[in-house]
Ligand binder design. Sequence first.
Ligand code: NAD
Ligand code: WQD
Length: 337
Amino acid sequence: MAILVTGGAGYIGSHMVLSLLVNGYDVIVIDNLSNSSRESVRRVEQIAKKSVVFYDGDIRDRDFLDSVFGRHEVSEVLHFAGLKSVGESVLEPLKYYDNNVSGTLALCEAMNTAGVRRLVFSSSATVYGDPASMPIHEGVPTGQPTNPYGRSKLMVEEVLKDLAAADSQWSIALLRYFNPVGAHVSGKIGEDPFGIPNNLVPFISQVVVGRREALTIYGNDYPTPDGTGVRDYIHVEDLVEGHVLAMRAISRKPGVHVWNLGTGRGYSVLDMIETFKKVTGKDVPYVIAGRRDGDVAECWADPSKALDELGWKAGHCLSDMVEDTWRWQKNNPNGYS
Ligand code: NAD
Ligand code: WQD
């Protein structure tokens, strides 16, 4: 039996695949390489000294999916494939609903046909919208995401809940990630966004490595301790460990399960800059600008449900996250290219 990882060439997916290989699982990857490079999977194979079956294909293609399920015995699917740029989703909403929602529908249909009904879905804290108080527990009602990307994640969550309600053979984990950062300790794989990074950590590390002049801080007038936005940054290695535990848990418990994957601590943009300075010994030039549309002041998790039910707790601190990000960026100033 093998585990199918959609989006396994991407940032989080590649770390996931490595962890699965190291844990002794056989892995099949489907990725259309729309936001990633084949090189990430090659490096994963080098580090693990084990190979994966790689398909360059699209999850919206039912015939292709059926052929993959026909060729392999799959026990569960870890579903990372999706588009994730908030700004792009505002400009091209249909592209996001097609890829993220229709793609997941096609995947679930193909799974049903193949009799594979265990699924771990990459959801996001964005489904909470802008809750009134912190930290965010899974019991907090999902809010109103402020963009099509966020709505596509919420829609998929609703679809998967309906699916499990209609057919008790399904076991589904909805993992709501907070802000994944960091890289594998080898420095050989990491986050390599195409174009200008949207997210804070890849942007700062490209500034520090000399690819960009200065960071723009989006707002220093939030009601937070230093005025800049506060987020729950979580090391990608802790995140993938949460997936392994969630995958094992749903194999014992059918139905839908929701778990936050965050550390339970918030750090501001200025905290992140200070940590980068300390870790790298380099300056992080920045300018202050107005708030970015759709941003919330603060967002951090109550991760106690994952601790109680999965025995999972994030182990890496902010310095670890920045050290590992920096090792990857320094060794690969131009990412995989
Ligand atoms: P990523 O873009 O690096 O990885 C996604 C991968 O999916 C890419 O390799 C891309 O080529 C592939 N892909 C996209 N559409 C596809 C399709 N139709 N068929 C096949 N492959 C396709 O992103 P990531 O940061 O690794 O995120 C993985 C998942 O986690 C995404 O679903 C994302 O929405 C979710 N998520 C990410 C974050 C974050 O901040 N990185 C936070 C919360 C949730
Ligand atoms: C963090 C903080 C910014 C960039 C986004 C998506 C969310 C999720 C993760 C997938 C904020 C500030 C950022 C910059 C800045 N993705 N910032 N200058 O906004 O929490 O979440 O990515 O699900 O859906 O919305 O993360 O890393 O973009 O921003 O000042 O150049 O850094 O304003 O306070 P965010 P982020």
